[in-house]
Design a protein around this ligand. Structure first.
Ligand code: C2E
Ligand code: MG
Ligand code: MG
Ligand code: MG
Length: 272
């Protein structure tokens, strides 16, 4: 074990795989500590109704500002948390923070109250009490359940029975569920035959493709499908006015991306 001058120890003699494993173990214990010290921050990225320019809601995106490594990408540490059981306390922490934020928006008289969408990971779905616990958080703060959306990424939908169960529980109490990253990975339309999502989030890669006729054609089909299913459609990763204009013309109702706004702390949302 040697230092590399940045304060980060590094492994010199070990094989790359060992180094990777070592790094993972260390990152895991650091994540555990970060959770205890409340170093995880939940930011809110606005979701705009294109036709009115109104901010309909926000997606909660977790951030970890590591004292030495700087910002660690959620794509990296969420996967790590999933491989260990840490995702359960991390997920609970995020859900509770989001309920606090909704409560704060309500307390400040924000009308209509925007929704906040939270990303769920597979392990959280194993928890049979998940919906009940979220509902308890919402009730404690006198919040209408339809202001919380759960985002389920497309790859999780492989587990039909579990997702069907989640949808049923959520809909029974008025909570909404969104299908995230639609169009990536499995590109399987099968789940849509039986599962009634409240919202579909079109992956940003399709928005990027709007500069080509093929991309416009494919997104047009997704818009028609969402409409036929009576499902809200949110385009992710909208970065330019041109993209938003094409989405508007195609009939996509909502846009999320840097053009609308980056993920910001609750304070910024309250001041806006
Ligand atoms: P996601 O749920 O698909 O979130 C959207 C990602 O796109 C976010 O990356 C967001 O910052 C980024 N993004 C937003 N607008 C734009 C844009 O205009 N251009 C581009 N290029 N990117 C944009 P982020 O925050 O790094 O999160 C990455 C992934 O990590 C998320 O993908 C989600 O799957 C996961 N994640 C983030 N927060 C949480 C969380 O609280 N819990 C769980 N389980 N997963 C989370
Ligand atoms: Mg998401
Ligand atoms: Mg997404
Ligand atoms: Mg995505």
């Amino acid at each position: 074990l040697t230092g590399d001058g940045t304060g980060r120890p590094s492994v010199s003699l070990a094989q790359p795989d060992d180094a990777h494993a070592f790094d993972k173990i260390r990152l895991e214990s650091e994540l555990r500590a970060a959770l205890e010290r409340k170093e995880l921050e939940v930011r809110l990225q606005p979701i705009e109704e294109i036709i009115s320019g109104r901010i309909a809601g926000y997606e909660a995106l977790v951030r970890w500002q590591h004292p030495e490594r700087g910002a660690v990408s959620p794509a990296e540490f969420i996967r790590l948390a999933e491989e260990t059981s840490l995702i359960l306390p991390v997920g609970d922490y995020i859900l509770e923070r989001v309920c606090d934020m909704l409560g704060e928006l309500q307390r400040r008289g924000r009308k209509p109250l925007p929704f906040i969408a939270v990303n769920l990971s597979a392990r959280q779905l194993d928890d049979a009490q998940l919906v009940e616990r979220i509902l308890a958080h919402l009730r404690k703060r006198d919040l209408p359940p339809d202001r919380l959306k759960l985002e389920i990424t497309e790859s999780l939908v492989l587990d039909y029975a579990r997702i069907a169960d989640l949808l049923e529980r959520c809909h029974a109490v008025g909570m909404h569920v969104a299908l995230d990253d639609f169009g990536t990975g499995f590109s399987n339309l099968g789940p849509l035959l039986t599962l009634s999502f409240d919202q579909i989030k079109l992956d940003g890669s399709f928005v990027k493709a709007l500069d080509r006729q093929r991309g416009v054609a494919v997104v047009g089909v997704v818009v028609a499908m969402a409409r036929a299913l009576d499902c809200d459609l949110v385009a992710e990763g909208v970065e330019t006015r041109e993209q938003r204009e094409i989405l508007h013309q195609l009939g996509c109702r909502y846009a999320q991306g840097w053009l609308v706004g980056k993920p910001v702390p609750l304070d910024h949302v309250l001041k806006a």
